[in-house]
Each structure stands twice: as C-alpha cells, then as structure tokens.
Ligand binder design. Sequence first.
Ligand code: NAP
Length: 480
Amino acid sequence: MNQVLNYIGGRFQAAASGRVVDNRSSITGEVLCTIPRSDGSDVDAAAEAARAARQGAWSTWTIEQRATLLESVANALEARMHELAHTESQDTGKPLRVASTVDIPRAVANFRFFASAVRQHHDGAHEMASAINYTLRRPVGTVGLITPWNLPLYLLSWKTAPALAMGNAIVAKPSEMTPMTATLLARILDEVGLPPGVFNLVHGLGPEAGQAVVEHPDISAISFTGGTSTGAMVGRTASAQFKKVSLELGGKNATVVFDDCDLDKTVAGAVRAGFTNQGQVCLCGSRVLVQDSVYDAFVPRFVDAVSNMTVGDPEDPAIGMGAVISKEHREKVESYIALAQQEGGHVATGGVRPDLGEPFDSGAFLRPTVITGLSIDSRTACEEIFGPVVTVHRFQSESDAIEQANGVEYGLAASVWTSDLGRAHRVAAALDVGMVWVNTWLMRDLRVPFGGVKASGVGREGGQHSLEFFSEAKNVCIAF
Ligand code: NAP
C-alpha cells in the first residue's frame, strides 16, 4: 500500500487538491505510504455522496438486510485477519501478537455483535386510558466518525457497525498517522455490496479534514474518540449546530491496590493495565495507588516485572512492547519523564530508549518506565501521558484511596484489587469514573456502557447505547 486513497461515493480517489501527506513507520522511521491531504472540498464531496445514498436504495434496506451485511463484513475481516493484523502492526508499531489477538478479532466481533444487537433491539410501548404510544427509530442521517491512532480499526469498527446497523450514511476521518486498515475496511465494505456513498472515508489532517467533518452542515452527528482538548473543540463546534455528539476522551486511570489483594494476580494485572499497547490505551492504569501496608511487598515485584518486559521488533511473537506511535510522541513522553525527575520522582525502571540496532534505532521505542516518590498532585501524576509511563503512590485508608483516585480532571476508568467483597462494592460506587474493574482490567462485554465522566467525555457507547446514539427516537401516540 504505497498510496492510500479516499473512498467517496464508492470510488477510491485522491484528494481534490492532489496534495498528500507522508505516513511514517514508527518502527523504522521509513515512509510507509502517502495519504490524501483532504480539505473541505473532499468532505463536501463525501457528504454529498452520503446524502445521495441516504435518498437512494439504502433507505429501503430492512434491519435484517443491514444485519446480514454486517455479518458479511465480519466474515470478510476474519478471512483477511493476517493481512489486517500485519498492516495494523506496521502502521501503529504495536506487536503483531497484539494486533492478531486483540485489535482485529475485536473489529470482527464489533460487526458480529452489532448484527445481533440490532436484530434484538426494541423500544417500549406506553399505554394510556385511551391511547397507546410507541417509539420508532430512524437513522440520524449522515454521521461523522473521527477516530484516533491507538486502536485504529478496533475503534473505527466500534462506530461504523452500529451506525450502519441503524441505517445511517457515514463520513469517517481516521487519524492521519494510522490510515491503512481504515482503507482496507473501505475495500471490504465495497466488496460485500454496501451501496456507494453509504460509507465514505476522508483521510487528512485533523484541523483540516477532521474540522471540516465537524463543521459540515449536512453531517448531523459526530462520534469522536481522541484527546480531551481536541474533544472540547469538537464539542463546541458541533453543539453550536445542534448536532448529536458523543465524546470519548482521555484518561488518567487509577489501579488501586489494597493490602488484602492477591499479590501475584495484582502485579500481573497492574503491569498489563499499565503497559498494554505501549501504555497507549485510554483505559491504561497509569497511576498505581498502593496501600502503605503492602507497598514494600508490591513495588519491588511490580518494578521487577516491568524491568523484565521485552521491547523490540513488533513481528517477534515473544516481544512485550513495540514502538510508540511516533518519534514526536516519544519526545512528549520523555518530556514527562524529565518533568517527573524535576518534580522529585525516582525512575525505578526504564526512562531510556532501548538499544535495538538498525533499523529499529530509527524507530520510536522506549523502555517501560515506573516512577516512584512523586506527590499525588504532581503534574506527572495528574496529566495524561499516553505512553509507557506509570507512577506509583502510597495511600493509608480506603477513603484516602478514593480521594487520590478521584483527584484528577479525568474520570474514565479504574481497577480495584482486593479480596474484600464489601470494600470492592464501596470503592467501585465511590469512584468518579465511567467504568470500574475489580480484580481484572479491560475485561469487555460489548453490551455494557462504555465511556467516561468529567474530562473523559460525554455519552456512552456499547450495545443499546450505540444503537440509540446512531438513531433518533420518534414517539407515535394513537388515540383509540
Ligand atoms: P487527537 O489528537 O485528539 O485526535 C483524534 C482524532 O481527531 C484524529 O483523527 C485527529 O486527526 C482528529 N482531529 C485532530 N484535530 C481535529 C479537529 N480540530 N477537528 C476534528 N478532528 C480533529 O487524539 P489522538 O492523539 O489521536 O489519540 C489519543 C487520545 O485519544 C488520548 O487522549 C486517548 O486517551 C484518547 N482515546 C480515548 C478513548 C476513549 O474511548 N475514551 C479511546 C482511545 C483513545 P489527526 O490524527 O489526523 O490529527
């Protein structure tokens, strides 16, 4: 794939301006492909194709037809699992093992799940003395889907599947840094017979192509996953036009370790929560809060486990971590490691680039890093770093743990490690977050509400929440 193209109205095409941007490998620094540097005119063309599709045969497709199409997409993704996983790994720098066992299987599951969910979805009827109310669900219209680089196909499919299930047309804008699997998805949608114009893909830079999607008057809903500051801009623009908006934003999630936890499971869970996908999952547990009475038992084991993680060639099946998304992002992460030291932190492990030899020394690799000794309200402990850096802090009591966990602007997720059932319930209820895991992390059931509070976002995705976001409810009241 030397040149990635837009997909508009069923045609693969360059940006109208002919301009392109390089997409570089974070593994070797080489140019992987070019992408169209789309602007407002390409988004106009995509929105126009979407409008035409909505007014055409797509509007007559039944739920059963749409669900069957989603199943065909899932089957086609599954048939190309190896190609997709390899492409995702090359585009993001994540281990091929992770792309093969998490990202692409989850994209398959998303399409299969929403095929089933839309078949099962129902709304209630409300009876009155002399009338009955029922709810009709209608597509919102054309929806804009804007997705980040950390889980490219996983997150695009999480929005595309329910949007199609509910009969919408789509203008999608993936991250400019990870355009490749979105393009393969467009090919698959084309091959399985989605009518032209129902799914449109516009590549380009966020402030250009992305902003044009958010501003377009014919795009009626925006489903955005990305950083909190970008989300604030998206929210302001979209709300002023009365668009439906879903914002899935950043996190600074606590891993809360009580002294009654199963230490082996907790150490393994905290490592997984901290460093999966090089720490680039919005749900990553990047602040580990440890009860004072178990701190001296937990921390050396945790640091030892992190020190033993391998970093290197993402194609190596034994590798623990690949590259972060770009050299620029690595510099940002490293600037936080430097800040942590200025703030009085101690780098217990990591903090350096691994010596891998070429071609990997031209990539964006970084050792997994654990920092101790920081104040709980230091910038390093409160700001989202979104990389392989975890800070560790002490707490005394249950109420201290809750106060520390809640003491950040974010409110996405937390994990709580304890063998006391009552404490698990109390702490889960008191945390200001959208999702709590107890004695596990990132165990997902696609039916449950997914999303955050505070600066972590607005709205929920998952199961009926996604189907409701991507539809308008219309009440019909019939008098007897
Ligand atoms: P980002 O910089 O906010 O970008 C997200 C998407 O928005 C990209 O497609 C980006 O395009 C686009 N964009 C940038 N500026 C825009 C604008 N002015 N108008 C419209 N779109 C614009 O975030 P990121 O660095 O890709 O992703 C990392 C962030 O995502 C982290 O904060 C992470 O926590 C968050 N995240 C949240 C969740 C969740 O479910 N809560 C899941 C995953 C990630 P370009 O890339 O081309 O600039």
